[in-house]
Every structure is written in structure tokens, then in C-alpha cells.
Design a protein around this ligand. Structure first.
Ligand code: PLP
Length: 384
């Protein structure tokens, strides 16, 4: 069965999982107030960096006694900095159910060589937090960007844990409710849910994380860009905008624009509602068809940002080639860009549904997915 091409196209076909679509209000000329050509240590630069920290706190509802810092090397920089600075003081549990979490496991086990229990689950599944010992330091990813499987809530993380929780929340922050009392270190980057620019990481520390930093010195050397303490004391300047090295003031301006937009539309609840509506449109689409399904097995763990889909039609002979061909058709028509599954993930599609994506664009794209699927099934039959 072939079907006609839909009559309408999404106004914005950008559904990449990072860098993600810019906020709907974005235009380059709105960045003209950037402190370009000025020192980031001059008052104008420092004020902007401080504003980025303060607005992040407001929008995310980060408690007043948590530190928020802008650090080098995007989310990876923030996670590595936390692991290198904090791990080793007590045994750790490394938890992973997709590619990025697996990367953090490798670092702890093969690079830092710390005593760690490793708990993993297959793509589509999640590790049961009831089986994790939170008296160890626990490193995990809140939203597995490459599997579309997320932690549903923080209920299984005990409030009275002895270990620290180190959470890579890069594709969750601003779209999912993060329980700050359960998170000692939280990291994210600007180019995900807020549609910002890459290169800068955000590092959020609980008072207990700061206590660890000030009372523990790792056995290994720390490069300058990972150093959060000096003489056994936290470098407080990092958490008021005195960055370790030079940031891009253009990227800072762009992040401020995104935060302004977030506040204007109603803050975190509005951002979460936008991601929820986007993801729901896809969930509904899948529920009405027998050839496509969510990769996440338990509906409670389905991501509302990186929605990962698998084709389930038994006429498909080569799953990876089929998924690639569908994504290619959609890209060629200019109706969905960058929606192939992550390179290490099972074959399929990954459609970003974060807050900067318009639900109308998801809704306009989905009929094209119908079209591309049937066109590809037909092409496969003719090639056979
Ligand atoms: C869960 C997760 N962690 C880490 C990263 C790496 O982020 P960055 O490129 O900002 O360092 C990504 C990127 O997609 C991610 O999804």
C-alpha cells in the first residue's frame, strides 16, 4: 500500500537531539546585546554570567543553598569534573542503561579505577533503583538520550543516603521534574531542552557535594579545568560567574535569550508541558499503528524529550537499513532532520520533543512518517 504525500509540512523540521531546535522566538539579531569583544571578567561580562546562573536557579527551582556553576566542555565537562573531583572517597555504584551512562561507567572503572559496582540494563529497559545501594556514591543519567528511557521520579533515592548522587541530567533539565533533595550533583548543557549553544556545562552542587569537595582530596591529579577547590576550600567565584576559563559571551547571550523565553511562557511547568504534549503526540501515533513502537518498554520510563522508536513490522528484512532509509526519505523531503537513532542504539528513530519544539511541527511531521514507512515497505518489496 502506498500513500500520498501529506499536504502540509512542519514549519520547523529540526528534531535533532542536540544541538536542539532554537526557541521559537529566536533570531540572530536578538543577540546583538552580547558582550562581544569584552573581557568576561569585566563587569558587563560577569553580570551576564551571573544572570545566567540566577535565571537558571529561578527557572529550575534550584534550592538557594545549592551552588550553580558554568564550567568548560559542555555536559561532558561537568560530569567528568564531578567524577574526577568527588569519586574515590567511598565505594561507587555506576548505573547505565544506554550509551552515555555506559561512557561514565568506563571512566570510573577503566580510567579512575575506583571500586565500583556496575549495574546496567539493555536499551529500552532501566536499572531498578530499589537494588542500588545509595550509601555508595551513585552515578547515573536521568534521561537516557540514546534509548529514550528516563528515571520516572526520585522516590527510590533515599533522603538519608550516605553516598552522593551524581546525575547527568542533560536531556532532562527544563523538561522533567528533577527532585533537588535527591540530587547532589546535577549536570546539563545549554543545547538540549533550551535550544542553546554547545560548549558550556552547568554543574549544580548540593551542600553535601560541597562538603565532600572540601573534605576529600582524590588520589589522582586534577587538570586546571576540573579544579573546584583551592587550599581545601570551594572556589566560590565559579558559582557567581567567575568561570575557570574563557566562555563564549555569544553563547551566554543566547542562553539568556532562551531563559527569558522560558520565563515569559510560564517557566518550568510550561516547558515541561510543551515537552509532554510533543511526546504524547508521538505516543498516540504509535498506539494507533502496529508497525512502530516506543523503545522504552515501561510507559512510566518513556522520555518526553528524546523519544526513541523502533519499527516492529515483520515484513522488514534489515532493520538498520530500513530505519536509515526512512530517516533519509524524511530528511530529503525536508520534513524531519537528524532523526536517525544514535549510532550505538538499536535501529530506529529518535525524535526530539524538548520544549523548543512546537507541537504543531510534530503533528505535521507524523503523517510524513506514515508516508515514509509505507514508501519504504513498498521499495523493499520491489527490490526483493
Ligand atoms: C545523556 C547525555 N550525556 C552527555 C552528553 C554529552 O553532552 P555534551 O556534548 O554537552 O558534552 C549527551 C549528548 O547528547 C547526552 O545526551
Amino acid at each position: 500500500m502506498t500513500i500520498d504525500q501529506p499536504a502540509t509540512r512542519p514549519a520547523n523540521p529540526r528534531f535533532s537531539s542536540g544541538p536542539c531546535a532554537k526557541p521559537p522566538v529566536f533570531s540572530l539579531d536578538k543577540l546583538s546585546g552580547a558582550a562581544l569583544g569584552r573581557s568576561h571578567r569585566a563587569k558587563i561580562g560577569k553580570d551576564k554570567l551571573k544572570a545566567a546562573i540566577e535565571m537558571t536557579r529561578e527557572v529550575l527551582g534550584v534550592p538557594a543553598d545549592y551552588r550553580i556553576g558554568i564550567v568548560p566542555a559542555s555536559d561532558t565537562g561537568a560530569v567528568e569534573m564531578a567524577m574526577w573531583s568527588l569519586l574515590g572517597a567511598r565505594p561507587a555504584t555506576m548505573v547505565a542503561w544506554e550509551s552515555f551512562g555506559a561512557g561514565w561507567v568506563t571512566d570510573a572503572v577503566k580510567q579512575l579505577k575506583i571500586q565500583a559496582e556496575v549495574k546496567t540494563a539493555e536499551y529500552g529497559q532501566i536499572v531498578d533503583f530499589a537494588e542500588v545501594d545509595f550509601n555508595t556514591d551513585v552515578v547515573f543519567t536521568w534521561n537516557g538520550t540514546t534509548s529514550g528511557v528516563r528515571v520516572p521520579n526520585g522516590d527510590l533515592i533515599p533522603a538519608d543516603r550516605e553516598g552522593l548522587t551524581i546525575c547527568d541530567a542533560t536531556s532532562a533539565a527544563f523538561a522533567q521534574d528533577l527532585p533537588w533533595d535527591k540530587l547532589d550533583v546535577t549536570t546539563f548543557s545549554w543545547q538540549k531542552v533550551m535550544g542553546g549553544e554547545a560548549a558550556h556545562g552547568m554543574l549544580i552542587l548540593s551542600p553535601r557535594a560541597v562538603e565532600r569537595l572540601e573534605s576529600y582530596t582524590p588520589a589522582w591529579p586534577l587538570p586546571k579545568i576540573f579544579r573546584l577547590t583551592k587550599g581545601g576550600k570551594l572556589i566560590e567565584g565559579i558559582f557567581v560567574g567567575e568561570t575557570i576559563n574563557t566562555p563564549s559571551m555569544l553563547a551566554v547571550e543566547d542562553y539568556l535569550l532562551a531563559l527569558d523565553w522560558a520565563q515569559a511562557i510560564g517557566g518550568l511547568p510550561a516547558l515541561m508541558a510543551r515537552a509532554d504534549a510533543n511526546a504524547q503526540a508521538i505516543f498516540d501515533f504509535c498506539a494507533e499503528r502496529d508497525w512502530i513502537d516506543n523503545l522504552a518498554e515501561d510507559p512510566a520510563t518513556r522520555s518526553n524529550t528524546s523519544v526513541c522508536l523502533k519499527f516492529t513490522d515483520d515484513r522488514i528484512t534489515d532493520g538498520a537499513a530500513f530505519a536509515k532509509a526512512v530517516a533519509k526519505r524524511l530528511e530529503a523531503e525536508g520534513v524531519a532532520l537528524d532523526i536517525g537513532a544514535y549510532r550505538d542504539a538499536p535501529a530506529g528513530l529518535r525524535i526530539w520533543c524538548g520544549a523548543t519544539v512546537e507541537t504543531a511541527d510534530i503533528e505535521a511531521m507524523l503523517p510524513w512518517l506514515d508516508w515514509a514507512f509505507h514508501a519504504e515497505i513498498e521499495a523493499q518489496a520491489q527490490a526483493a
